[in-house]
Design a binder for this molecule. Structure first.
Ligand SMILES: NC(=O)c1ccc[n+]([C@@H]2O[C@H](COP(=O)([O-])OP(=O)(O)OC[C@H]3O[C@@H](n4cnc5c(N)ncnc54)[C@H](OP(=O)(O)O)[C@@H]3O)[C@@H](O)[C@H]2O)c1
Length: 316
């Protein structure tokens, strides 16, 4: 049997990259071996990946030379940036260029770039329906990634653009889950009106990425979007009601109310929800559920995700 193809995984100790390392570890075909890239190979999380059979190497997306070493000899590379660590779209663009240059130099055959739309293609800065942020963005954590797509093409790396979706884990870690209102009743308060939001269990992103590497050539030079389901706020509230065994209502905020919630990034996320809602048809259309399931047959529905995760959702 041929040697396994090495897949170098940026963000391997995190959510998206970790899902890919675990998917490769579970894959019984022996076709791939994960190379987990971390800033600290001795960390507990990195060592847990080594125990799963991953090779663990040092690398930092701000240091191109370290990426070049980490990508050396790899067939594939999964590339992701970490907006919420620094809130800078410009930093993400520079980091994406570092990854693209390192992949080109190392001769990587297939890069997956975890990206999102540059919303300014649909909502130019002159459009006053939502505020311009940081001087030149509408949704900074989308726009920087979308702007960086071109770097992979310009540098000439064989790339699949993987358009991800809202993690349902945001209901656990990002404080977006149902909360008790002043009457003690649970309410989901997202600024989505009656529109649908594509969402996904974050572990499924890595499984889809492995599906993209398996499909190989067919997916190079194109974008593919992934989602577990497209759901309205009312549908998500109904699913919470079923899972939690207590009524959860949907009580939509306006995007402006959401932007004014005051936590760091509230304006960015408020704009994001407004973009998702205003561009619902395009945004959901770019993330087909059946095409996602074709990449990852284990794709979870929201009900399935809730059944496993409901106890982790803080309701206070
Ligand atoms: N939340 C959502 O709904 C959602 C949806 C779609 C897309 N996204 C995007 O997903 C991205 C984050 O991905 P994630 O959730 O997988 O991240 P994550 O779980 O926060 O993982 C981050 C991992 O990346 C590593 N890391 C951080 N800075 C690094 C650097 N300079 N160089 C190398 N590695 C570094 C860290 O590992 P070490 O400490 O081991 O180095 C960390 O474990 C964001 O850009 C966000 O916009 C989020």
């Amino acid at each position: 049997m041929a040697d396994p193809r090495i897949i170098a995984v940026v963000g391997a100790t995190g959510a998206q990259g970790g899902g890919l390392v675990r998917a490769i570890a579970k894959d019984t075909s022996g076709a791939y071996k994960a190379r987990a890239i971390t800033r600290d190979p001795r960390s507990e999380k990195a060592q847990a990946l080594a125990k799963l059979g991953a090779e663990v190497v040092a690398g930092d997306v701000d240091d191109e030379a370290s990426l070049r070493r980490a990508f050396d000899g790899a067939h594939g590379a999964f590339c992701v940036t970490f907006f919420w660590d620094h809130f800078s779209a410009e930093k993400e663009i520079a980091e994406a260029a570092n990854m693209a240059l390192a992949a080109k130099d190392a001769g990587v055959k297939h890069v997956i770039w975890s990206t999102l739309e540059d919303t300014r293609k649909w909502i130019p800065l002159s459009d006053t329906r939502m505020p311009t942020l940081q001087g030149k963005y509408k949704v900074p954590h989308f726009d920087g990634k979308g702007e960086a797509d071109a770097r992979f093409a310009e540098i000439g790396v064989p790339t699949t653009l993987l358009l991800t979706s809202f993690y349902w884990e945001n209901f656990i870690h990002f404080g977006m889950g149902p909360k008790k209102d002043k009457d003690g009743k649970l309410a989901l308060t997202l600024p989505m009106g009656t529109k649908k939001l594509p969402g996904i269990a974050v572990e499924d992103i890595g499984k889809c990425a492995l599906g993209v590497f398996r499909k190989g050539r067919d997916f190079i030079g194109r974008a593919t979007g992934i989602a577990g389901e497209h759901l309205t706020g009312a549908q998500m509230a109904a699913a919470f009601t079923r899972a939690l065994g207590q009524t959860v209502s949907y009580s939509p905020l306006t995007p402006d109310q959401f932007r004014k919630l005051g936590f760091p990034g509230a304006d960015d996320i408020g704009n994001m929800f407004q973009f998702n809602a205003d561009m619902e048809v395009m945004f959901c259309g770019a993330r087909g559920v059946e095409s996602t399931r074709a990449l990852n047959p284990e794709l979870q529905t929201f009900d399935q995700w809730l059944a496993v995760n409901k106890a982790r959702i803080p309701l206070d």
